[in-house]
Design a protein around this ligand. Structure first.
Ligand code: PEP
Ligand code: MG
Length: 759
């Protein structure tokens, strides 16, 4: 059964549009279940009716005509109750409604299963048969499984239809909204540019082209380049391979021949498809053909075709990249955005970011916030491969993306962009003013840095120090570990730029979703695996080099603080302190006059919350990494869009843990700061100040907003609000209480200028 299920889903996935997908579904399900009818009804959100979209068995003329509201008929019942319905004699059910157009009076029994995608009822899948008998348990289970699997495929096909004008009932291209999670606040309007991972043929999008001759020439060049590679490879291996093995290269060359793959791809290009899309189609066809063969040798040939496809694609992508021009206001779209991708768009051209995978707490979103680029993450239903070149609106406040926006929606968002510009102008004036509450409480605001550009941004916004310098960022941009000398230069630049203000450098924090291309870590559970301090204690050679570079860089400046990530117990702290002292001794032995910097511990793991007194006793300062602390306390992967709405740093459990950390650190007489993204959220920052945090460290983009809010409120009022919030047990209620309080203070618009958009 599992095999049948997989085959059907594969086939439906490969369908060219929604109509074709639904046709395959009804045919295959009917065949597999041996029923006489299978039909799909989809809910049309505009009319709120379930419309018959495809059927095998009922009268085809009824397609698109027969429809029912959720309180009508058996289909309506299945959809509104969100449960399967299995009836031996359908017409005897009180909710039965007869539609003459369908000819369904011939069928006695009825089995319907709702099609639900991310809690949204999309439609109903129905099978019917003449015989008066209930479908058995196995059949019911099959239909439910089928419909659960198909929900995502249908959602995807439906969304693609809306974007490309091939949607339901022949409606043309329409504005569509795709919901993700906020990645970085702000609004951007501009054309989409889809960025693909290198040489992954499966994700190549379709794209129409005008200049067919030029595209054919591109493809011919790629073909010739791969042919040349094959010849070189064959010659190089000539002495090591047997003749029959070498013959494989001839097979490759034959496949590339003008009469084989080469010709098929050219034909599709001539129809106006770009070379990469044409190549994907042809390779997929051949692979499917080979994989279905009974002969094991021939089945193996599928991997040869894939390999050739990848080689050709790599050349095509290279050529494309060299010629690519980035339009103004580029909105970069990718299945999974990576920090490296952000760097590819030239400065000044990048307006917004959209990622299908990941969430607002992924590291790429943190970078986007630091760069002040509106971003939406986890837009899981966006058929990203189909949006290249079309207009998008990115609403980073609400986590929404609009494709093909109407003129009216564009006008509203253009106004938001203008309002943001005005607000930012107003915030610039705060630069020289202290962060001080109405009743005179000073609250030092520090910045998080990593990118070189962060230095200027931080200085422009009046930061009072660096609370977190993510040293892994310069490590990520290289092809090997930077040497001690290289690190020294990078760190010196940071320390000098902010001198005499303090700079908190965190030791290398890789693992989880932060990978170094030259130090791959494969784990099934990376966030609970080899991460942060665990790696560097296992590799003292990496740790010592880094600490020595930091210490040397601080010579004569003395504004360095060292911060240790992912500490989960006293032992790790002691081992790290031991290594830091050793590095300090070595540096002094080399004749450098360097003072021992303060060493701090990040509180990111729940275990550290409950050991706060022991840790604070041995450390010089404490800094809470609320991004990780939230994910570990709530057991919500910070990178997983599916559970992004459960990730909440205002969850009561998080707030109470933070309070414990502040109390524990102060009881040991140690200062405590927070450097997670929470500190850059103005409303949360107000609560953190009231809790007693000694400094807040955030991305430079948000710093003025936080300063603005803290200057509008008294510490007394903030404490009152905190006391109120700590009594609440429900995160949603906490959010509402805070919003209300801010609105009452007249501060709502600053936090979300897009609050009034009517989409
Ligand atoms: C944190 O976890 O809160 C933190 C600041 O570290 P990072 O986001 O780099 O994991
Ligand atoms: Mg962290």
């Amino acid at each position: 059964m599992l095999n049948t299920l997989r085959k059907i889903v594969q086939e439906v996935n490969a369908a060219k549009d929604l109509k074709a997908a639904l046709t395959i579904i009804v045919q295959r399900v009917k065949e597999t279940m041996g029923s006489q009818v299978c039909s799909v009804y989809l809910l049309d959100p505009e009319s709120n009716r379930f419309v018959l979209m495809a059927t095998d068995g009922l009268n085809k003329r009824a397609i698109g005509k027969v429809s029912m509201s959720p309180n009508e008929g058996l289909v309506g019942l299945v959809g509104s109750r969100e449960e399967p319905l299995n009836l031996e004699h359908a017409s005897e059910h009180p909710r039965y409604r007869y539609f003459a157009e369908t000819g369904e009076e011939r069928y006695a029994s009825f089995l319907g299963a709702p099609i639900i995608h991310h809690r949204r009822v999309m439609g109903v899948l129905v099978v019917q048969q003449k015989e008066r008998r209930q479908f058995d348990e196995g059949e019911e289970a099959f239909l439910v499984t089928m419909s659960a699997q198909l929900a995502g495929v249908i959602a995807h096909a439906e969304a693609t239809g809306t974007i490309q004008g091939l949607g339901k009932q022949g409606k043309g291209i329409q504005e569509a909204k795709f919901v993700g999670v906020p990645g970085s606040p702000g609004v951007a309007v501009g054309p989409a540019l889809v960025m693909l991972p290198p040489a992954d043929l499966d994700v190549v999008p379709d794209k129409r082209i005008e200049d067919i001759e030029a595209e054919l020439a591109n493809f011919t060049q790629a073909l010739e380049a791969v042919r040349e590679d094959m010849r070189t490879l064959s010659a190089k291996l000539a002495t090591q391979l047997r003749p029959e093995e070498r013959a494989l290269f001839d097979v490759y060359l034959m496949m590339l021949d003008d009469a084989a793959i080469g010709q098929e791809v050219s034909q599709i290009i001539r129809q106006g498809q770009w070379a990469q899309g044409a190549l994907r189609q042809v390779v997929a066809e051949h692979v499917k053909g080979f994989e279905l063969m009974d002969d094991a040798y021939l089945r193996e040939r599928a991997s040869d075709v894939k390999d050739l496809g990848r080689r050709l694609l790599a050349y095509l992508q290279q050529a494309h990249k060299e010629k690519l021009t980035y339009p103004d206001n580029t909105i970069l779209v990718s299945e999974e955005l990576t920090p490296a991708m952000l760097g590819e768009v030239p400065e000044g051209k990048l307006a917004g970011l959209v990622s299908v995978l990941g969430s607002g707490n992924s590291h790429v979103a943190i970078l986007a916030r630091a760069m002040g680029i509106p971003t939406v993450m986890g837009v899981v239903d966006l058929p990203y491969a189909k949006v290249d070149g079309i207009q998008l609106i990115v609403d980073g406040y609400h986590g929404e993306v609009f494709t093909n926006p109407s003129a009216e929606l564009r006008r509203q968002y253009d106004e938001v962009v203008e309002e943001e510009r005005q607000l930012n102008k107003g915030l610039d004036a705060l630069r020289e003013l202290p962060c001080e509450t109405l009743d005179g409480q000073r609250m030092p605001l520090w910045v998080n840095t990593g990118l070189l550009a962060d230095i200027t941004r931080a200085q422009e916004r009046g930061a009072e120090g660096v609370g977190l310098y993510r040293t892994e960022v310069p490590f990520m941009a290289r092809e090997r570990f930077p040497s001690e000398k290289e690190q020294l230069a990078i760190y010196r630049e940071q320390l000098q730029a902010f001198h005499p203000l303090p700079v908190t450098m965190r030791t290398l924090d890789i693992g989880g979703d932060k990978a170094l291309p030259y130090f791959p870590i494969k784990e099934s559970n990376p966030f609970l695996g080899w991460r942060g301090i665990r790696i560097t204690l296992d590799h003292p050679e990496i740790f010592l080099v880094q600490v020595r570079a930091m210490l040397k860089a601080s010579e004569g400046l003395n504004n360095l603080r060292i911060l240790l990530p992912m500490i989960s117990g006293v032992q790790e702290l002691e081992e790290a302190l031991h290594l830091i002292h050793r590095a300090w001794g070595e540096v002094r032995d080399e004749g450098l006059d360097v003072v021992m910097p303060p060493v701090g511990v990040m509180i990111e793991v729940p275990a550290a919350v409950y050991q706060i007194r022991d840790l604070a006793r041995q450390a010089d300062f404490i800094s809470v990494g609320s991004n990780d602390l939230t994910q570990y306390l709530l057991a919500v992967d910070r990178n997983n869009a599916r559970v992004a709405d459960l990730y909440d740093f205002l969850h009561p459990a998080v707030l109470h843990a933070l309070k414990l950390v502040v109390e524990g650190s102060h009881a040991e007489g140690k200062p405590v700061s927070i450097c997670g993204e929470m500190a850059g959220d103005p409303a949360a920052a107000m609560l953190l100040m009231a809790m007693g945090f000694d400094s807040l460290s955030m991305n430079a983009t948000n710093l003025p907003k936080v300063k603005w809010l803290l200057r509008q409120i008294s510490l007394g009022k903030a404490r009152e609000l905190l006391a109120q919030v700590l009594q609440i047990d429900n995160p949603q209620v906490i959010h509402s209480a805070l919003h209300l309080a801010l609105r009452n203070l007249g501060l709502g618009r600053m936090i979300n200028p897009a609050a009034n958009v009517q989409a």
